[in-house]
Design a protein around this ligand. Structure first.
Ligand code: PLP
Length: 404
């Protein structure tokens, strides 16, 4: 929508509230890896302004930090350090703060987010070796162990829990066990799994877990956070490559003043506080996982009924986002397919794979049976619009898939 001068002055006269309620069209449902469709109550929590130094806002921040830590049962061992920016800012801040400048890191990559970690380390001048298993094959714990034994200089390992580029759920527990047994430190990008899949820092030997406000806690984008083992963080003073992305300094400032270092995303924190209340009402991690699992199963069954084929075997699929192979029909065109689905009120996501054409449908956010049924109906009509009988992929593409 374009704001003309007339429209703006009219909205000023009538007040923002009326404008947002009456003049804006309904938002499409986001079936994406985030930002997600959020609860109205979460968005409404942002209809206030806070002074960042104010006691009320400090209480809000303390509540959010405490609730995030409790989700992964890290109260006794870890601390929660939020940082302004998107999830990648939190990843970069964690890597730069914890990993010593002279250390070498093994990065397990099977998609865009693992590759991004390697890129971040290289930009900040930290040595790294990448164990790249391609687009969507899982890293093998035995291979991780072999690499660590072969190179005693590899002091750190980074892994992505749910690699959102394909939706694969990597074998985190087995990898963490190997890393701990070899006496190395583990950093987990748990961005798209945190709060939905079980993560228990009393058992998982991780130096840090990283996530953000706009994934499975169902807040709005604006900050990321890391749950970091207290002694590790305490030992990392002065290590960061960056002033703003120094989580040791950020933590000290929270501890000392209860405030964020530099301007906090006040509205985003308020939305996160409300989203975390809704999370508790839904039954916390188990409640949320139950809904996402139900969404994923309903989606996959419905897509299979339309002839589509998920990229991954069931054991690797996550209840977060599901990749499907594109239909084999020569008339398939992702852009037209996407727009036809969007015209019916649903936003899906392009694939991120290099070897096969695929697309992704997310099941996280405020999505329930009605939205899953809705997107399935939209997919059916989009196929009709493109004059494609069903979603069956090219048999040659299917035959070329590795069995794993
Ligand atoms: C969303 C996501 C990120 C962070 O992406 P941003 O766009 O920076 O928020 C990192 N890792 C994974 C696995 C993700 O799903």
């Amino acid at each position: 929508m374009k704001y003309t001068t007339r429209r703006l002055s009219a909205s000023l006269q009538h007040g923002l509230t009326e404008m947002t309620q009456s003049a804006l069209p309904a938002d499409p449902w986001l079936l994406t890896p985030g930002p997600l469709s959020t609860a109205r109550a979460t968005r409404e929590a942002m209809l206030h302004d806070w002074g960042s130094w104010d006691a009320e806002f400090r209480t809000l921040t303390a509540g959010v930090r405490g609730a995030l830590l409790a989700i992964a049962h890290g109260e006794a061992s870890h601390v929660c350090v939020p940082v302004q920016g998107s999830g990648s800012f939190a990843v970069e801040a964690t890597l730069g703060t914890l990993i010593p400048r002279s250390a070498k890191t093994l990065v397990l990559a099977n998609g865009a987010y693992g590759k991004r970690i390697a890129e971040q380390l290289s930009v900040m001048g930290r040595a790294c070796e990448v164990l790249d298993t391609g687009d969507y094959l899982p890293p093998e714990p035995a291979e991780v162990e072999r690499r660590l034994r072969a190179d005693p200089e590899l002091g750190w390992v980074c892994v992505v829990h749910c690699e959102t580029s394909s939706g694969i759920l990597n074998p985190l527990a087995a990898i963490a066990e190997v890393v701990a047994r070899c006496g190395r430190e583990l950093i987990v990008d748990a961005m798209s799994s945190f709060a939905a899949l079980p993560l228990d820092l009393r058992e998982l030997p991780a130096a840090a877990l990283i996530a953000s406000a706009n994934k499975c806690i169902e807040g709005v984008p604006g900050f990321g956070f890391a749950l970091i083992r207290r002694e590790r963080l305490a030992a990392s003073a002065g290590q960061a490559h960056s002033l703003c992305l120094d989580l040791h300094a950020q933590w000290r400032y929270f501890e000392r003043s209860g405030q964020w270092r530099y301007t906090p995303p006040t509205h985003v924190v308020a939305a996160a506080a409300r989203a975390l209340e809704l999370y508790a009402q839904e039954g916390g991690q188990t409640g949320r996982l139950a809904r996402y699992t139900r969404n994923a199963e309903r989606l996959v069954a419905g897509m299979q009924a339309l002839g589509f084929r998920p990229l991954l075997a069931p054991r690797w699929r996550s209840p977060i986002i599901v990749s499907f192979l594109v239909p084999g029909s020569a008339r398939f065109d992702f852009e037209r397919f996407y727009l036809a689905i969007k015209a019916r009120g649903y936003v899906i996501y392009p694939g991120k794979l290099t070897s096969v054409d695929s697309f992704r449908i997310g099941v996280i956010g405020q999505l329930f049976d009605a939205q899953i049924d809705g997107v399935l109906a939209a997919v059916r009509s989009a196929l009709d619009e493109l004059d494609i009988a069903d979603g069956a992929p090219d048999p040659a593409v299917v035959a070329a898939q590795p069995a794993f």
